[in-house]
Design a protein around this ligand. Structure first.
Ligand code: SIN
Length: 501
């Protein structure tokens, strides 16, 4: 019997249809799909600059309905056995796996990342669902030794309550599951607001969650204007926690808005990751690491190396290899086979990349490859390598584009102090064959996530989160569920027999 064609060999049109078939132009509120009362939000395909669809603009009252439903559904969901919630998560994961090629196509359509990379994102997203499915039956508390013989203390880990999650456009699937699966594992209910640029992947995932058995009200996905939806979520006393991934600027505002209701907060905010290559590094490993970390999602991730520091004796050799690799990257339509770099998300993103390049040239740097908009036009930008100029710009602002600025350094101390000279502290990378140096510098770097001889640090087992202005809280890993749990202690009086001891 003839097998269906493998997705890599499908024509872009067939992939586009698979993705488009998953589009739901409705929001999910309390288990019902609603069209919303406001003027819909246009969602674009960034590669073609065409309209992909319309997402509902929910009114404040419609968002409130989702919040009330999350509060109503919470006690029953929280009271279920952890493993019963885990079983639903496992079913969700199986459905995501069954639809992974189409979900990847949908991500390519609304976000612009190449289909193969989008498939990697779907698998990364699904790894969070299975990870937290497995953890759901293991949310044990402790017995605690009391200072007095008369008492025994027990601690329980309980869900914090209904949670609001606000997710970004650069990982339309993985940021949804990293938050929602952890929350469901803990026994929390979720009202999720996806980025307005990429709402359809979140809605498609929610549809599969309902099919897997997530009860009405446990998972609502509310689309609409950032300010209006955000204000309802942060202002509601029914919402007990907010988990946000996005810019530091927006994170600060959301944290302030949550202060009156004293919500628990997880903030995964901006980064300006340094990447250090020492003279003893294996050069191929270092260049591979830069390619994997810097050019993932066309440079539009919070953990992309934003500034590369290379020790002076190997600078020329490193630049030669890196420039050749970057110049060979294939830029193009995300659904075309072999494409490695898709478009940037919107015109503002291109302006920012151009601004960073111009400011580097003004400060004495030079362009080694790329440096401008791509011949394909629209939102496509040339993968770029810069050398020299002032690194302080890249320590202060994320470029969020396919630009690798390289600077040289002389000593380990200098590398460490320049790497740490930033208000941000999300990820940092170092390349060396000296294990002592790896540990010494790794421990000295002010960042939450360190990659040693690798540019890829994203997986479900790795605690993900930052320090300084990159935020707080950890996602994924054994710690990721803690942000959704609170401790209750119970002190038991042991009675007469114990007192007689
Ligand atoms: C992000 O850019 O916010 C997330 C990146 C990742 O999970 O790898």
């Amino acid at each position: 019997m003839a097998q269906p064609p493998a997705p890599e060999t499908l024509a872009p049109k067939a992939l586009a249809k698979m993705g488009a078939d998953l589009i739901v132009e409705q929001a999910l509120v309390d288990g019902r799909w609603i069209s919303g009362t406001g003027k819909p939000i246009t969602v674009e395909n960034p590669a073609e600059e065409t309209v992909l669809g319309q997402a509902p603009r929910l009114s404040g009252a419609e968002v409130d309905t989702a919040i009330t439903a999350a509060a109503r559904a919470f006690p029953d969901w929280a009271a279920r056995k952890g493993q019963a919630r885990g079983d639903i998560l496992f079913r969700w994961a199986a459905l995501v796996e069954a639809h992974e090629e189409s979900l990847a196509a949908l991500i390519s359509l609304e976000n612009g990342k190449p289909w193969k990379e989008a498939l990697g994102e779907v698998r990364y997203a699904n790894a969070f669902i299975t990870w937290f499915a497995g953890l759901a039956g293991r949310l044990d508390g402790r017995t605690i030794e009391s200072p007095s013989n008369e008492h025994l203390i027990l601690s329980f880990r309980e869900p914090v309550g209904p949670v609001a999650a606000i997710t970004p456009w650069n990982f339309p699937a993985a940021m949804v599951t990293r938050k929602a699966a952890a929350a469901f594992c803990a026994g929390c209910t979720v009202v999720l607001k996806p980025a307005s640029a990429t709402p359809f992947t979140a809605l498609a995932l929610a549809k599969l969650a309902l099919e897997a058995g997530v009860p009405d009200g446990v998972f609502s996905v509310v689309t609409g204007a950032n300010n209006e939806v955000g204000a309802r979520l942060t202002g509601s006393p029914l919402i007990r926690k907010l988990s946000f991934t996005g810019s530091t600027e927006v994170g600060r505002k959301l944290a302030a808005d949550c202060a009156p209701t004293l919500k628990r907060l997880s903030m995964e905010l901006g980064g300006a990751a340094p990447l250090i290559v020492f003279e003893d590094a294996d050069l191929d490993t270092a260049v591979d690491g830069v390619m994997a970390g810097k050019f993932r999602a066309a440079g539009q991730t919070c953990i992309c190396p934003n500034r590369l520091y290379v020790q002076a004796p190997i600078l020329d050799a490193f630049l030669e290899r890196l420039t050749a690799r970057v110049a060979a990257l294939k830029v193009g339509h995300p659904l075309e086979a072999g494409v490695e770099i898709g478009p940037l998300i919107d015109p503002k993103a291109l302006d920012k990349v151009e601004d960073h390049i111009a400011r580097t040239l003004d400060s004495g740097g030079q362009v080694l490859t790329g440096g401008g908009r791509h011949d394909l036009g629209g939102r496509f930008f040339q993968p770029t390598v810069l050398a020299g100029g002032d690194d302080r710009l890249f320590a202060a602002e994320e470029t969020f584009g396919p630009v690798a600025p390289v600077f040289s350094f002389k000593t380990e101390d200098e590398a460490l102090s320049r790497a740490n000279a930033s208000d941000f502290g999300l990820a940092a990378y170092l390349f060396t064959t000296d294990q002592g140096r790896a540990l010494r510098v790794g421990r000295g770097l002010e960042a939450g996530i360190i990659g040693v001889n690798t540019g890829l640090v994203s997986n479900a087992a790795n605690p993900f989160g930052g320090v300084k202005q990159s935020g707080y809280g950890r996602e994924g890993s054994v710690y990721g569920v803690d942000d959704y749990l609170q401790i209750k202690s119970m002190t038991l009086a042991l009675g007469q027999a114990a007192r007689d001891d």
